[in-house]
Every structure is written in structure tokens, then in C-alpha cells.
Design a protein around this ligand. Structure first.
Ligand code: PLP
Length: 418
């Protein structure tokens, strides 16, 4: 049924019917349309979208350049599988390599594998790490090290390196050879890394696990141990990359020199797209057919990603991002001012508030989210005690102010701040 042709009354009945159909989505909100930083539900209620489609919609909703480029591509070709390729697919691979080498001021990146989701990108990264050891006859070099509170996806491989037991428990046993360590614990890392380590997988800011940030000593330790034991570094930039945290690659900002970078979320500007950027040593052992996916590098997603990367380059867009990030910073700082129990988290447009656990019971974060939603603001949670905000990168300061004033009002009502 075409939603645009429904009257308001019919629409409500239609939504009611929809909610009775079998599906696996939380029945929290059925969204009808979106524009810029707002989305509307079926009753026409407007919400400020500070979820960003879970850090995907970096340009907000309905960016004209993205729409134009997607429409243009739709008229050419939408899919041809991975037995052939298309111009946007090749251009995207090459552009990502170029941008990564510029960001890391090196020639370390040599090739890109395209796929459809962050999970798939991390799965490929794990396989490429083992492939490297296999092709170089490094028998036994198959172990992975990752960190508590990390999130890398929900396939059996990506779950095995994810540091959150609640996602894993029902699916045990997962793949062997995966060690989880406390984040930012250099002593534990030093004890764990050995010549059998194939790769260390790390998020520079733990997007789903509480927005904890990688410390400078930990980044240096990962770098040193990876070099000493010839282990790969996989930077999972699914959430932190592509300016979400203020720069193209968060790992470049903290001195990591990854062998593999995984990207997804905002890459396709709302279409499914993910990428695995690989260094020369992986390119050298990776042959056509070693790994693949039917939809990966789909021309439509690739055209969207190229258009997205174009937009990020515009100086006026970058100025807006900076102004917007400053407004977020100021606003969150002001909510936390004189509130010892609330601490601002994250950077750029991946931000949050941590609530000291003695101020919260289990349901408080859920209450904050529900009351903000009631007042027209959509937010995310991260970890157990924190809220997460992922608005568009160019969200105007007055919109940020409007959203944060709703949040502050809700926190006051719940007596979580003055
Ligand atoms: N890696 C990180 C850091 C993520 O935040 C996520 C998703 O939230 C994933 C991987 C999995 O990505 P996807 O949901 O696209 O499979």
C-alpha cells in the first residue's frame, strides 16, 4: 500500500494492522518520513533525530546531492553481482585507498574489499588475517585479541571477538582462539600477545560499549606489540570513522598504524555499504575468489558512498561540522556543569553522557529515552549507564540546542540534574 495516499485516519488503522504483522522489530515507533534532522511518525508527530539511524545518517535525511547521485545511478545499473564490476565500485575502492593513505601520510593501504555491513567487514578482516598467516606458512598464527565492552557484530566470527557477554551467551561455543582483555590495560595486553596472535582488533572509541576511548599508552602498546610479534592491527572504524568522531579515521588521530580498517554505517549514506581497507601485505596474499559476497560493491551503494565522500570534502560542509560539534560540546558541558554524577563522553558527533551508577537503577536510562521520545527527541543508549547522541554531522547549533534543552528538562524531571 502506498502510504502517501492514505488519509490520516486510514493511516492509523494501517499502522495498527502493521504492528500486528509478524516481525522482529521493537514496536517503538513506525516512521513515515524524514527530512534533515527530523523524522515524523504515522500520526504526524515530529521528532529530532539524534540517533542518526545509529550513527549512519551523517548528512541527516534526504541530502539532495546523495539523492541526485543515487537516482542517476539507478538509471544506469543497480546490480550486476561480484562476477562483474562497475565504474562506481572501482572508483570507490580506489578513492578509499587514496584517502586512507593521505590520512595516515603513508602508502600502507593498497586495496579495498566492499561488502554490506559492519559485521561482514569485520568477518572479512578476521579471514584476511588468517589468510595472511596461512599463505605465509605461519602455522598456528591464528589467534585474535579484542577487548571488553567492544562490539564488532553478530555473526559467529564477529561475536567471538565482541566483548559483551549478553550478545554471546545463547550462541556458545563460538570460534576458538579469541581472547578478550580489559580495554586500556597495557600489562594484560603485553602478557597476552605472542607469535601466535594473528590480529588485535580495536575500536578507538567503543561505540556500543559505553564510549570509552583508547588511551595513548594503549595505542602505543598495541603498535609496539603488533610489530614485535608480527600481528595485524584491525581498526574497527565502523562507528568512529568518516568524520563521526571529527576526522576521517579516528585511528590515525591516536597514532595507530592499522593493517586493516573496517568501515560501514555512514559509508553508504543510508544504503548498505561497508569496506575493508587492506595494507599491501594483505593485498599480496589476497587473490580473487578468496572471499566474496554477491551484493558487496553494489553500484547503487557505491554511488551513494562516492556522493557521501564528495560531500565530506566540501569546505563549507566541514565548517558546519565544526560549528555543530562545538555546539554539542558546549551544550553537553553545560548539562554536566556542577553535576559530579554526570560525565560527558565521546567526541565529534559521537557523544554521550555517563551517569555514575549509584544515581541510577536499571530502568533509568530506559526512562530517560522514553521521556525524551515523548518530548520529541530520539536518543540512543550505550553500555549500561550511558546515553549516546549521534546527530547529523552538520546539525545546526540551534537544533542541537533545542534537542539538548529537551534532554536537560527530562533529566531535571527525573531529578538526575539541577
Ligand atoms: N563494529 C562496530 C564498532 C559497530 O558499532 C557495529 C554496529 O553497531 C558493528 C561493527 C556491526 O555493524 P553492522 O550492524 O553494520 O553489522
Amino acid at each position: 500500500m502506498n502510504n502517501n495516499k492514505l488519509t490520516h485516519e486510514n493511516k492509523l488503522t494501517h499502522e495498527k494492522k502493521l504492528s500486528k504483522l509478524p516481525h522482529l522489530y521493537a514496536p517503538s515507533l513506525i516512521i513515515s518520513r524524514a527530512k534533515g534532522d527530523s523524522i515524523w511518525d504515522s500520526e504526524g508527530k515530529e521528532y529530532l533525530d539524534f540517533t542518526g539511524g545509529i550513527a549512519v545518517n551523517s548528512l541527516g535525511h534526504g541530502d539532495p546531492h546523495i539523492r541526485k547521485q543515487i537516482s542517476k545511478q539507478m538509471k544506469e545499473i543497480m546490480h550486476c553481482s561480484n562476477i562483474f564490476t562497475t565504474v562506481p565500485t572501482i572508483e570507490l575502492c580506489a578513492l578509499l585507498v587514496k584517502k586512507a593513505n593521505e590520512a595516515f601520510q603513508s602508502e600502507r593501504f593498497a586495496t579495498t574489499f566492499l561488502c554490506n555491513s559492519g559485521t561482514e567487514a569485520n568477518e572479512a578482516a578476521l579471514k584476511f588475517s588468517r589468510l595472511l598467516a596461512y599463505r605465509n606458512s605461519k602455522k598456528g598464527k591464528h589467534e585474535f585479541i579484542s577487548f571488553h565492552n567492544s562490539f564488532h557484530g553478530r555473526s559467529m566470527g564477529a561475536l567471538s571477538i565482541t566483548g559483551q557477554e549478553n550478545y554471546k551467551a545463547p550462541f556458545m561455543p563460538l570460534i576458538p582462539g579469541c581472547t578478550l582483555l580489559p580495554y586500556n590495560d597495557t600489562a594484560a595486553l603485553t602478557r597476552a600477545v605472542s607469535d601466535t596472535t594473528a590480529a588485535i582488533i580495536v575500536e578507538v572509541i567503543q561505540g556500543e560499549g559505553g564510549l570509552n576511548a583508547l588511551s595513548a599508552p594503549m595505542a602505543a602498546c598495541i603498535q609496539e606489540l603488533a610489530q614485535k610479534h608480527q600481528a595485524l592491527i584491525i581498526a574497527d572504524e565502523v562507528q568512529t570513522g568518516l568524520y563521526r568522531t571529527g576526522s576521517l579515521f579516528a585511528s590515525a588521530e591516536c597514532g595507530l598504524e592499522p593493517d586493516i580498517i573496517t568501515l560501514a554505517k555512514s559509508l553508504g549514506a543510508g544504503l548498505p555499504a561497508a569496506a575493508v581497507l587492506c595494507s599491501k601485505k594483505i593485498q599480496d596474499v589476497l587473490a580473487v575468489g578468496d572471499h566474496g559476497t554477491t551484493m558487496g560493491g553494489n553500484p547503487l551503494s557505491s554511488a551513494a558512498a562516492l556522493a557521501f565522500l564528495d560531500r565530506l570534502e566540501e569546505p563549507s560542509f566541514q565548517r558546519k561540522c565544526q560549528t555543530s560539534a562545538k555546539a554539542l560540546d558546549r551544550g553537553l558541558g553545560s548539562i554536566c556543569k556542577k553535576q559530579k554524577q554526570i560525565v560527558p563522553l565521546g567526541r565529534g558527533h559521537l557523544r554521550g553522557l555517563y551517569f555514575a551508577s549509584n544515581t541510577l537503577d536499571n530502568t533509568t536510562i530506559a526512562q530517560i529515552l522514553a521521556q525524551c521520545k515523548e518530548q520529541g527527541l530520539l536518543l540512543l543508549r550505550t553500555g549500561t549507564n550511558s546515553l549516546r547522541l549521534a546527530p547529523s554531522l552538520h546539525c545546526p547549533p540551534k537544533t542541537i540546542k533545542r534537542g539538548l534543552s529537551i534532554l536537560q528538562k527530562v533529566l531535571k524531571k527525573l531529578e538526575l540534574c539541577q
